[in-house]
Design a protein around this ligand. Structure first.
Ligand SMILES: *Cc1c(COP(=O)(O)O)cnc(C)c1O
Length: 394
C-alpha cells in the first residue's frame, strides 16, 4: 500500500467482481451498491451490452489518434448533440478535463469580445474537479489548501441565490460566463429552487454571458432526464458530461451550441486519448441501453419509491434535517457529522457515501430492482435511526 500516494482515505475493502447492483469482495462477501462508483456505473456492474461493445471493439481497434477520423466518436457526437439539443462536442477522458474545455471556451468567448480578463462566476459548495482551473472553480477551501497560486478569473457567489449573481453583474464588467451544477453533488445534493436555472439563463442572455452547466454527476439519466436542465425549458451554451457516460470507461464530453459551438479551431485544444474508439463504443452502448430499457421513466418511478420509503421511515425523526431527492440523486441531511455511517453500512454489506460532512448521499444504479431499492431504504433508515440515538446518548 505504501507504494500508492496517500491522496485517498480508502475503506478497508477490495472488490473483485460485480453484477448489476451487486459487488463481491476478495472474501466472496456480497454488497449492495447504492453509490455506483459515485454516479459512474448507472447501468450497474458488468452490464452485458456494455461488456459486449467493449469486447467487440477491443478485437477491432482501440486507438488511432485524433489526427484521423474516428467513426464511433462521430456517431457518439451525433447521438449526444441530438439528445441534448446541443451542436458540437469535444471528448475528454474525465470530468475535470471536460470542465477545462468549457473554461477555455469561455475565455475564448471573452477575448472575442475584447474582454481583457474574462471572468467566470462560480458557486459556493461547487465541485468541478481537481485540475488547477477546476480546483479554483471548486468551492471547498480544504481541497485547495496548499495549492496556491490558484487561477485568476473566477468570482464566487452563494448557491441558489440569484440576487448574488445580479449583484456581480452590477459591479463587474469582465464577467463572461456562469459555471454551475444544476444540483450540487459533492456539495451535499443541494437542489436549488425550480426557477434558479431559468433566472441564471435570463441573466446570461441579458449580459451576453455564456451559461456553462456542469452535468458531470447529474447527466446521463441520473435525474430522470438525459440532463437535469431538461426538466426546464432552458438550455446551456456549454454542457459537460462524464461519470455516467461510459459506465466505467473513462470518458468526458464538453458540448456547445450557438455562440460557443465553434470557438475551438485546429490547434486550440486536444487530447491524446479523448474520444478513442473503445470508450466511444462503450458510451454508445450505454445510451442505447438507457433508451431500449426506458430507464429515464424507470428513474422517476424509483425516485418516488425512495421518496415515499424514506419519508415513511425517517420523517419527523429527531436529527433528520432534510431529505432531498431528484431522480436517483438522494441526499439525507442530518443535524450532525455522520461520516461514521459509511462504515456502519459497510458492515451491513451496503455501500453509501457521506458528503459535506452531514449529508448521506446515495447514487444507486438506474437498473436497481424494487426489492433492492426497498432493501436500501429499510437497512439505511434503521442504521440512521440507530446512529442518531447512539450519538445523542454519547
Ligand atoms: C466528479 C465531478 C467532476 C470531476 O470529474 P473527474 O472525472 O473526477 O475529473 C466535476 N464536476 C462534477 C459535478 C462532478 O461530480
Amino acid at each position: 500500500m505504501a507504494t500508492l500516494m496517500s491522496n485517498y482515505a480508502r475503506l478497508p475493502i477490495t472488490f473483485v467482481k460485480g453484477e448489476g447492483a451487486w459487488l463481491w469482495d476478495t472474501e466472496g462477501t456480497r454488497y449492495l451498491d447504492a453509490l455506483s462508483g459515485i454516479a459512474v456505473c448507472g447501468l450497474g456492474h458488468a452490464h452485458p451490452a456494455v461488456t459486449a461493445a467493449i469486447c467487440e471493439q477491443a478485437k477491432q481497434l482501440l486507438h488511432t489518434s485524433n489526427i484521423y477520423g474516428i467513426a464511433h466518436q462521430q456517431a457518439l457526437a451525433d447521438t449526444l448533440t441530438q439528445l441534448t439539443d446541443m451542436e458540437t462536442v469535444f471528448f475528454s477522458n474525465s470530468g475535470a478535463e471536460a470542465n477545462e474545455a468549457a473554461i477555455k471556451i469561455a475565455r475564448l468567448y471573452g477575448h472575442s469580445l475584447n474582454v481583457e480578463t474574462p471572468t467566470i462566476i462560480v458557486a459556493e459548495g461547487a465541485f468541478h474537479g481537481r485540475t488547477l482551473a477546476t480546483l479554483t472553480a471548486t468551492g471547498n477551501p480544504k481541497a485547495k489548501q496548499g495549492f496556491t497560486p490558484l487561477m485568476p478569473g473566477f468570482i464566487r457567489v452563494p448557491y441558489n441565490d440569484i440576487e448574488a449573481i445580479t449583484e456581480v453583474a452590477r459591479c463587474h464588467n469582465e464577467v463572461v460566463a456562469v459555471l454551475i451544477e444544476p444540483i450540487q453533488g459533492e456539495g451535499g445534493v443541494n437542489i436549488p429552487d425550480a426557477d434558479y436555472l431559468i433566472k441564471i439563463r435570463e441573466l446570461c442572455d441579458k449580459h451576453s454571458w455564456l451559461l456553462l452547466l456542469d452535468e458531470i454527476q447529474t447527466g446521463i439519466g441520473r435525474t430522470g432526464k438525459w440532463c437535469a436542465y431538461q426538466h426546464t425549458e432552458i438550455k446551456p451554451d456549454v454542457l459537460t458530461l462524464a461519470k455516467g457516460l461510459g459506465n466505467g470507461v473513462p470518458i468526458g464530453a464538453c458540448l456547445a451550441q450557438g455562440r460557443a459551438a465553434h470557438l475551438f479551431q485546429p490547434g486550440s485544444h486536444g487530447s491524446t486519448f479523448g474520444g478513442n474508439p473503445l470508450v466511444c463504443r462503450a458510451a454508445l452502448a450505454v445510451i442505447e441501453t438507457i433508451q431500449h430499457d426506458n430507464l429515464l421513466s424507470r428513474v422517476i418511478q424509483l425516485a418516488d419509491q425512495f421518496k415515499q420509503g424514506f419519508s415513511q421511515q425517517l420523517q419527523g425523526v429527531l436529527g433528520i434535517k432534510d431529505i432531498r431527492i431528484q431522480g436517483l440523486m438522494i441526499g439525507i441531511e442530518l443535524d450532525r457529522p455522520c461520516g461514521a455511517l459509511v462504515n456502519l453500512a459497510l458492515n451491513q454489506q451496503l455501500l453509501i457515501n457521506v458528503t459535506a460532512e452531514r449529508t448521506i448521499r446515495l447514487l444507486p444504479p438506474l437498473i436497481i430492482s424494487d426489492e433492492q431499492a426497498d432493501s436500501i431504504i429499510t437497512l439505511l433508515s434503521h442504521l440512521i435511526r440507530e446512529f442518531l440515538t447512539d450519538s445523542s446518548i454519547n
